[in-house]
Design a protein around this ligand. Structure first.
Ligand code: SF4
Length: 330
């Protein structure tokens, strides 16, 4: 498979008197041009993971283990993002991998016009572009995301929430990145606008071919829009599979609950129990669950190149030399 972004065994801790281990041993890959959905309730670590993937963690959050590598279309080798710093990292972001955070307002300067923000990006990263070209490109980008080009003259407070978010997405695409990480890109928007923005993201992906990591607490749109899904609970990926498989029948009891949209919050990941973190809420919990942490077991037909894993004792392979495996309820 053509992997553009790869996370291996990521561990992120919020340091402090009572450290919070927010992301635990997460490994994922994003293929070129695909949409990888990351789902989970608030507190599950998905936003922290998004920041870690884009090398956007800010203290007190710190990557304490693992690495993120990137291999672009024309790259001969992988770049270890975790090793980049300073100017190199700055140039890498936006140019090759862009991150969009939940609050569009934070990404826009309230006293600066939209056009000026684009101008700043181009001046910093495309020094050879002339003023007229920068202006034209800003207008073109706005129209690409469905915003009237004349809005270059607007200030953020002149724009609706949905339009602001579109502008931020246009900014993220300004330098033609190969990966866009979107962390809750539709927070605070009403349902209709939310849907429009998500559809827009798919349309842009189809047109430009970048890979998307889409983090949202809302599983429903991910089931429709993403190619593959990773479901997080208490800082860990508990199920990872092509979305169509999960839609047909999730393997992990937590994913099944999420599909029935039971409400809740992921537990504090720093207080991880010795066994499965989901044991208190799991309708299928059985004998080994409280005492032993489940490994990510591989599912699906033997030899299948598609990865489908569920971290759950229900899916443990039968012990060598026979023995009964607990029947799987799909
Ligand atoms: Fe439920 Fe046990 Fe699977 Fe955890 S390991 S999800 S408690 S069945």
């Amino acid at each position: 498979h053509d992997v553009v972004l790869r996370a291996e065994h990521l561990d992120v801790v919020y340091e402090g008197r009572r450290p919070v281990h927010a992301v635990r041993d997460v490994s994922l890959e994003l293929r070129r041009g695909e949409i990888l959905g990351i789902a989970g309730e608030s507190g599950c670590g998905s936003s922290t993971l998004a920041s870690a993937l884009g090398r956007m963690l800010r203290p007190p959050a710190r990557l304490v283990g693992g690495r993120v590598t990137f291999r672009g279309r024309d790259d001969d080798a992988e770049t270890d993002l975790t090793a980049l710093a300073g100017e190199e990292l700055h140039a890498f972001r936006r140019n090759r991998l862009s991150v969009v955070f939940p609050s569009a307002m934070n990404a826009l300067n309230p006293v600066t016009t939209v056009g000026r923000r684009f101008d700043d990006i181009f001046r910093a990263h495309r020094p050879r572009m002339g003023a007229a070209e920068r202006r034209d490109r800003a207008r073109e980008l706005l129209s690409t995301v469905g915003v009237e080009p004349a809005r270059v003259a607007a200030h953020p407070h002149d724009l609706s929430g949905g339009t602001r978010q579109r502008v931020v997405i246009a900014m993220a695409l300004a330098l033609d990145p190969e990966v866009v990480v979107l962390d809750e890109p539709t927070t605070g928007l009403d349902a209709v606008v939310r849907r429009e923005i998500l559809d827009e993201i798919v349309r842009l992906r189809d047109r430009f071919g970048f890979g998307v990591v889409l983090v949202t607490h809302d599983l429903a749109p991910l089931l429709e829009l993403s190619d593959r899904l990773a479901v997080m609970y208490a800082g860990r990926v508990v199920e990872h599979a092509p979305t169509a498989r999960i839609a047909r029948g999730a393997a992990h009891p937590y994913t099944r609950g999420l599909l029935r949209s039971f409400p809740g919050r992921s537990p504090d990941p720093s207080a991880e129990p010795p066994g499965c973190a989901f044991v208190d809420r799991c309708p299928d919990a059985f004998e080994p669950c409280a005492g032993r942490r489940p490994a990510a077991h591989r599912l699906g037909p033997a030899g299948d190149p598609e990865v489908w894993t569920a971290a759950c004792h229900l899916h443990a392979p039968p012990p060598a030399g026979g023995g009964r495996q607990r029947e799987r309820r799909a």
